[in-house]
Ligand binder design. Sequence first.
Ligand code: GDP
Ligand code: IMO
Ligand code: MG
Length: 435
Amino acid sequence: MSNLIVLGAQWGDEGKGKIVDLFSERFHAVARYQGGHNAGHTVFIGETKFVLRLIPSGVLRPGVIAVIGNGVVVDPGALLEEIAGLEAHGIDVRAQLKVSNRAHVIFPFHRTIEKISEGREAEGRVAIGTTSRGIGPCYEDKIARRGIRIADLIDIDFEGLYRALAHDKKLVAEAFHIEEAGDFDQILADYKRFAAEIKPMVCDTSHLLNRMIRERKNILFEGAQGTMLDIDFGTYPFVTSSSAAAGGACTGTGVAPTKIDGIVGVSKAYITRVGSGPFPSEDLTEVGDRIRIAGNEFGAVTGRPRRCGWFDVPLLRYTAEVNGFDSLIITKLDVLDELETIPVCVAYKVDGKFVTQMPSSTRGMEAIEPVYENLPGWKTSTRGTTQLSALPTRAKDYLQFLEEKTGVEIGSVSNGPERNETMIVPGSKLAKFLP
Ligand code: GDP
Ligand code: IMO
Ligand code: MG
């Protein structure tokens, strides 16, 4: 039996979708525990490209149960669209997918509120550069205890609850003189239709997962976003509104920490970020542009160019501590193939002095002067290499350097977007977690 959490060790887009898809063959269920359709998890199966948003990547494996946990926020329209897209590829989503009755529902007015909030820079509010999916405002309603959960959406009481929430939003719209508040009756009619379609997939997913665990089945937890976007541990306020770090897997699914066997962080061999916020090792030169092109670093959800930079050791040590990583998976090693030298940020300085803890304020983060060590590039293609021992010596040295500096074993290396372009280190902790 093995229950394993796989999550982002950086600012998201580390290649979690590819890794979860690869591993899910060995698990009975794959569960998403936070976020919503702000996520974009890319999986290539041969020539076919899938971008999973709300639905766990495990759904691409026939027979694997795909769980949307209570910690996720669900836009039912987006969910049904994603289901239809997967069904067009012959995937039996409705048989595999289970949606938590405790997950919260995103409504169109959540998106409107987000747009307003993001557009108020003139009033001194910071724009986060969000994905405009209504994620933050939905979580706001959840924490304020006025949100609507999936269980309410499919209940006969839905209309009453909806009208109360809609009334609230009308008041907000009036207060801010917003004209595009939406047609609240049309939304009600749409959501009643969505509810009827989703209802057969709704259940108590916490009970389902715990029953599977009692039956000694294997559960894979799929993180969305990344630790540096976590609401508590990320670069607040330039974060998402959920617990992307490992603890979120328990609160977001109702599976106890005592049932978790391993925690694995996914990290690129370099680093990227989409949206605003501090980024100590960002490369704003043409080398950063080359990485963007070589790594095809454009957002899977919004198409925005991703900001690119160098592997950041202090950041990784921080996310390893917060999550308790047993093992690291390094992705996109091949993207560095052409480089003459590869800088790695090995330490942070503030006001000329070394700092060993991650600053907690934006000002503190922005004051960081990254200290780099330049490693020689290998200038050879690593694509198609299936054995770690067959990698160019300098690529092996680079990986060993990352392992030594971060203090976490590298259990797997990915050198291409496809399933078979992944190497797992024999005898690693990661290999032992894979059933
Ligand atoms: P996620 O959100 O963490 O699942 O990552 P995304 O799907 O948003 O972004 C990762 C991108 O890198 C996708 O386009 C993947 O197909 C691609 N990818 C994943 N692993 C590798 C790899 O090892 N090498 C290359 N070249 N591309 C990869
Ligand atoms: P995956 O799962 C990268 C970023 C947004 C923005 C901030 C808040 O594919 O790794 P939100 O819409 O969540 O309120 O936006 O978080 N962001 C992501 N960046 N990958 C993601 O998901 C992201 N999901 C949100 O760009 O800066
Ligand atoms: Mg992504």
